[in-house]
Design a protein around this ligand. Sequence first.
Ligand code: SF4
Length: 339
Amino acid sequence: MNIQKQIVSLKAKLGPSLCILAHHYQADDVVIHADIVGDSLELARQIPELAAEHIVFCGVHFMAETAAILAGANQHVYAPDVSAGCVMANMAPAPLLETILNRLQSGGKQVIPLTYVNSSAAVKAVCGRFGGSVCTSANAAVMLRWALDQGDAVLFLPDANLGQNTATAVGLGASAIKILNIRGGGQYVQALEPDHRLLLWPGVCAVHAKIHAEHIQKIRNRHPQGTILVHPECDPQVVALADGAGSTSYLINKVQQAATGRTMHIGTEANLVHRLQRQHPDKTICSLHPIWCSNMAKTTAEKLLDTLTHLQIQSVVRVGESIAASARLALERMLAVCS
Ligand code: SF4
């Protein structure tokens, strides 16, 4: 029996005790086995509703951690490859975040941390303890407005591009925004300055950073009638030149809603763009610039089969309760704001 048939057979055997979740950036041979496919927000929203005892998360580690935090006490979350990390999430270590928040607040001002879901559970826990929350690319503007109302300023992390693009969307001017210098263990960070409402952590998605303004200009010259849509992890210059920017769900919806015959150039992970090409043969869907996330690619059908075969202890994702409780608080604030 080939791998795909074995997965189908194991799924049938495990029945409702199993739920497989997959992010849009996963490859087709994994996605076809998923019970739920979505972006980070859609998947996080589903977790508290799931009854399955075994939740297999096909994505990267921070997503599986989020699932483990939101899952019930009798549920187990598994990652087919526990080494599938996220370069951006690794750019924001929790102890450094805590040091920097304390320095920023040393003048008596309240700085609310708002972390992109692409961050460790420990970072989410710091956000929970400091009165902050979590956002995804789908709700970043709503959550930034919420966070701005909670204190004197917001520290947005780890993605400076998403932070800047969201600031533009909510109308925050350049003078209100500062990119933090986090070098030297945070020693260069001072108490919050009165003009600053948004502080950006200097993190970046190494995958979306490969899309440059020149790629857009080249496509515009070749296909002036085409629509260019990008993910907001792209550089603000790229977002400014595109016809639209939004989460993976936004990109999918835009393609679905486009008229037959339309040409669209999509700036995000190639697995999603290729799937959209196959699902919409009546439209011309192209990669603005082909980019692949090597960490997303670590989850394969072989590893999924291995996880389902053994439901191994080594692929269980656990978050200690001391971190999980505060991280859950931060996530639940997001789910409440965006319910
Ligand atoms: S695409 Fe970028 S942000 Fe998403 S998992 Fe890969 S490195 Fe992290």
